[in-house]
Write a protein that binds this ligand. Structure first.
Ligand code: NDP
Length: 487
């Protein structure tokens, strides 16, 4: 299987190669086959991209918002038309099952381009009447935005960052994770075809050091990162040298709280989605499932029964539920946590190892796993695993579970299942997390601001909040009378 792009990078409206950069191999995680070979950007390529973006941004910002929006909406239509082709590419690059990529990746990117395309014409300032003078404000773009992505939702992350940035009149340089370099290049082609002027959206490939070059580059005004919390801290420190704006979407260890009175089938279904979708590689996953003691055994029984029916196998077969993890390197980390969970004394309910799948013996597979009787101090309950590993904890009272749910440095997401609406709102109000759900989990429509509190991040993606974070306010004082001067 090959998915070789015309060149590694996309700069100033065209594919661009730079063979001096370190080699990047993109592998199909289901079989470990190399599907494309690319090169990381050297400093000269990064400079080229920044120069192109800087040139292009001025004219792009000068267009009326509705014209920028029209181009983004056209790109949304193209993404939808090519959804299958893009989904297959995303499955090859990430290993995620096609059943998922067909509905959750390019499709979510298209929603995002459409939404921010629609909002582009509504970016406006305000006026303040001062009698003989007035003040008006302009929401101006920041300039060149560097967007740095994680590998779990490559095209979705590219769109979540590019759409609001472009709608607001910025130019973008996107650096995908080196594990999943391919779909961002397709997005570049589609944006060009939709009418985006050359240089307004660029892609440079690379490892963390290319990301670092972007973060330190004086020509860049803002960094939007999706990645681990430790990467976020390094990026923020580097960005501080030139006082760049930052949006950080980082890791989590989110609580999903199930009270005795919850609809158990819904709660079990949501807990599975919150831990196994994308083979567990979702930042907002509810990986600490707190179940009230009265419901615990029934919950576990149904959970194990349904988990046993999850189909692993050929990711390109639409009947397959779960693909492999993104890479062998990542699988080593997840398998180490499975061993740790057993050693820490958690009760292994199902999974816990590597499945045997004929024809896919070389892939980065791991079984969907449930641990019960997990306690707050276990490392599997404290650290982000980023694999299909659910930790079930139990609790007695509402007050207790809120305290325990908040006992983490993370604060990305949270969910509560209960039939008592007053309790649902009461609990959600007390949970320290930026993105929360009542009686469902992990739905992230583009209209809903998404992001974390505490060490899960800064700023929000999606919703109107995101648009504001790609603009800065200029205040203009307009004098209508004479200048009062003592001189
Ligand atoms: P990493 O933090 O390892 O990498 C994220 C991106 O940053 C990659 O493109 C990486 O490049 C780049 N990078 C690494 N070091 C630096 C640096 N010093 N300066 C600039 N860029 C750098 O995350 P993963 O790719 O492993 O993704 C998994 C993580 O992402 C999980 O913690 C997950 O929770 C989080 N995530 C958060 C989401 C959110 O919205 N809150 C959504 C999805 C994931 P390279 O990969 O080439 O080394």
């Amino acid at each position: 299987m090959r998915a070789q792009p015309p060149a590694s990078h996309f700069i100033d409206g065209a594919p661009f190669e730079d063979a001096d950069g370190a080699v990047i191999e993109s592998r199909y995680p289901a079989t470990d086959e190399v599907i494309a070979r690319l090169h990381a950007a050297t400093a000269a390529t990064v400079d080229r991209a920044v120069a192109a973006a800087t040139r292009a941004q001025k004219d792009w910002a000068a267009l009326p918002g509705r014209e920028r929006g029209r181009i983004l909406r056209r790109a949304a239509d193209l993404l939808r038309e090519r959804n299958r082709e893009l989904s297959v590419l995303e499955t090859l690059d990430t290993g995620k099952a096609l059943q998922e990529t067909l509905v959750a990746d390019a499709a979510s990117g298209a929603d995002c381009l459409e939404y921010f395309g629609g909002l582009a014409a509504s970016i406006e300032g305000s006026t303040v009447d001062l009698g003989s003078a007035f003040v008006y404000t302009r929401r101006e773009p920041l300039g060149v935005v560097a967007a740095i992505g994680a590998w779990n939702y490559p095209i979705q992350i590219a769109c979540w960052k590019a759409a609001p940035a472009l709608a607001a009149g910025n130019a973008v340089i996107f650096k995908p994770a080196e594990t999943t370099p391919l779909s961002a290049l397709k997005l570049a082609e589609i944006l060009k075809e939709a009418g985006l002027p050359d240089g307004v959206y660029n892609v440079v490939q690379g490892y963390g050091d290319t990301g670092r070059m972007l973060v330190k580059h004086p020509g860049i005004a803002k960094i939007s990162l999706t990645g681990e919390s430790n990467t976020g801290k390094r990026v923020m420190a580097d960005a501080a040298e030139t006082l760049k704006h930052v949006t950080l979407e980082l890791g989590g260890k989110s609580p999903l709280i199930v009270f005795d009175d919850a609809n158990l089938d819904n709660a079990v279904g949501a807990a599975m989605l919150a831990n196994f979708y994308s083979t567990g590689q979702i930042c907002s996953n509810g990986t600490r499932v707190f179940v009230q003691k009265g419901a615990k055994e029934a919950f576990l029984e149904r959970l194990v029964e349904r988990t046993a029916k999850i189909r692993l196998g050929d990711p390109l077969d639409e009947a397959t539920h779960l693909g492999p993890l993104v890479s062998h390197k990542h699988r080593e980390k997840v398998l180490a946590y499975l061993e740790l969970g057993k050693a820490e004394g958690a009760r292994l309910m199902i999974g816990g190892g590597v499945p045997r799948l004929q024809g896919f013996e070389s892939g980065a597979w791991v079984e969907p796993t449930v641990f019960a009787d997990v306690t707050d101090d276990m490392r599997i309950a404290r650290e982000e695993i980023f694999g299909p590993v659910m930790a079930v904890l139990d609790f007695d009272t509402e007050e207790e579970v809120v305290t325990r749910a908040n006992d983490t440095p993370f604060g990305l997401a949270a969910g509560v299942f209960t039939a008592d609406l007053a309790r649902a709102h009461r609990v959600i109000a007390q949970v320290k997390a930026g993105t929360t759900w009542i009686n469902t989990y992990n739905l992230t429509p583009v209209e809903m601001p998404f992001g974390g509190m505490k060490q899960s991040g800064l700023g929000r993606e999606n919703g109107r909040e995101a648009l504001h974070s790609y603009t800065q306010v200029k205040s203009v004082y307009v004098e209508l009378g004479d200048v009062a001067s003592p001189y």
